[in-house]
Design a protein. Structure first.
Length: 107
């Protein structure tokens, strides 16, 4: 697992936002949150996150409020893609394979 602080491609604002988002995601989703993978983000654009959860339906409403809060708080666009753990494990979509191979697991 990569440390957010060691992700050189991120600005200080992005690191702080990710640390806060990760902590809030853990608090809101609890045991439903399996992992958070940072992938495909480019400096000065957006931050792409794949959130792996056990139950997508339970996570959906909570995720909306988390992303909106982070976007408004730091004026930073978080692109959050939630996926159920079983679907992610099957690796049927190219996005999941790329995130697994090239992404940084931050939780």
């Amino acid at each position: 697992m990569a440390s957010i602080a060691k992700c050189a491609r991120l600005s200080t604002t992005e690191r702080i936002t990710l640390q806060r988002f990760t902590a809030q995601a853990q608090a809101v989703l609890g045991g439903n949150l399996v992992s958070i993978i940072l992938f495909g983000s480019h400096p000065d654009s957006d931050v792409d996150l794949l959130l792996v959860v056990k139950d997508l339906k339970k996570a959906s409403k909570a995720l909306d409020s988390l992303v909106l809060d982070r976007l408004l708080y730091h004026d930073l666009l978080l692109v959050v893609i939630p996926v159920e753990e079983l679907e992610f494990a099957r690796q049927e979509r190219l996005l999941y394979r790329l995130a697994s191979r090239e992404g940084a697991r931050i939780l």
